[in-house]
Ligand binder design. Structure first.
Ligand code: XMP
Length: 325
């Protein structure tokens, strides 16, 4: 039987009971596969890798080594949450790598979007491989592959690799316990494993992170402004209780004139981007209430140094893609 094919009669995991049955079955299968071996896992803090980490911790505890690479392009508080949940609450074997300076130094002056993605992807592999080389006796690599990754990869839409395509000489056997699940099922399993709701229901976040939202050549000051503005948008939309598929900020590499405390200000604009979608092939822009837009605007202008204008992106996809780069 093709182990990458979801059996036709496989029940959709929609309830805590079904999730628990899946967890029990996988814990047993993982223990059988791994024995007393060790597993390495790149833990981004996204839904899929977090659920795989929690499953592996349940099955083999400290035989799992999680590596969280902070590339300096995470949203505010995300690396801190990974450490809090996995190290403090789940007692995981977690290697935290603060590689922010490495990434930001390499990205200095790199303005082309594809070149930026390339730099970030390559460096990620390098950092991860370096960490792997420091560890002895690891035979297995955990991956948060999910079923749409396999389907898209088979259909030639995109190659599925969760850690960006590791070098061939890292000769690992893969452990992919959620590879036959759809995203909604992974979330039910994550809930049942006790992961926090804001991790389980986290929005999709591009691998290159804020790097593709700090447009053009990234500078540390503009990246910081973006991170703060983004945190305000996130907090206000969540406080309003809105169910929006993806929401974030973009800060372009240009300045606009403003006036602050009676003096000329020449600062960045910040663009709020919100979209609703089913499959991300097309997306609509939700109509936000004016008071919410005004509150986000006032807070960003008042609290984020370096930003003197706030805009709302009204472009559906197509023509505008979700991300600006
Ligand atoms: P676009 O901009 O193509 O985005 O309309 C569609 C969805 O994909 C996410 N996205 C990425 N995810 N690596 C990722 O893991 C990337 O390089 C990347 N670029 C876009 C985007 O956030 C949206 O959900």
């Amino acid at each position: 039987m093709d182990s990458n094919k979801r059996p036709d009669d496989m029940q959709r995991i929609t309830t805590p009971q079904l999730a628990q049955a899946f967890i029990d079955e996988q814990v047993e299968a993982i223990r059988e596969q791994i024995g007393d071996g060790k597993v390495l896992l790149a833990l981004s803090g996204g839904v899929d890798s977090s659920v795989v980490a929690a499953l592996l911790i349940k099955a083999i505890g400290k035989q799992l080594v999680c590596v969280h690479v902070n590339h300096g392009l995470m949203r505010k508080g995300e690396s801190e949450q990974v450490i809090d949940v996995f190290e403090n609450q789940m007692d995981a074997n977690l290697v935290y790598v603060d590689a922010a300076d490495r990434f930001l130094d390499l990205l200095e002056g790199v303005a082309d979007p594809e070149a930026k993605r390339h730099v970030i992807g390559e460096e990620f592999i390098k950092v991860f491989a370096e960490e792997a080389a420091k560890l002895d006796g690891i035979k297995f690599l955990g991956q948060g592959t999910i079923y749409p990754d396999i389907l898209e990869s088979e259909a030639g839409v995109k190659a599925h690799h969760n850690v960006g395509g590791l070098p061939e000489d890292l000769d690992f056997e893969l452990v992919e316990p959620v590879k036959l699940l759809f995203k909604d099922e992974v979330r039910v399993v994550g809930d049942e494993l006790g992961l926090p709701a804001d991790m389980v229901y986290r929005q999709p976040f591009p691998g290159p992170g804020l790097g593709v939202r700090c447009l053009g050549a990234i500078t540390r000051d503009r990246l910081n402004a973006l991170r703060e503005a983004d945190a305000i948008v996130r907090a206000e939309i969540e406080a309003a209780g809105l169910d929006i598929w993806q929401y974030f900020c973009v800060v372009p590499d240009m300045r606009a004139t403003g006036v602050r405390d009676g003096s000329r200000a020449f600062e960045w604009p910040c663009i709020i981007r919100c979209i609703n979608t089913v499959d991300v092939m097309t997306a609509e822009v939700p109509e936000l209430d004016w008071p919410l837009l005004k509150k986000m605007t006032d807070r960003i202008l008042g609290e984020v140094p370096g930003i003197c204008r706030v805009c709302y992106d009204l472009s559906p996809k197509p023509i505008g893609t979700v991300e600006w780069e």
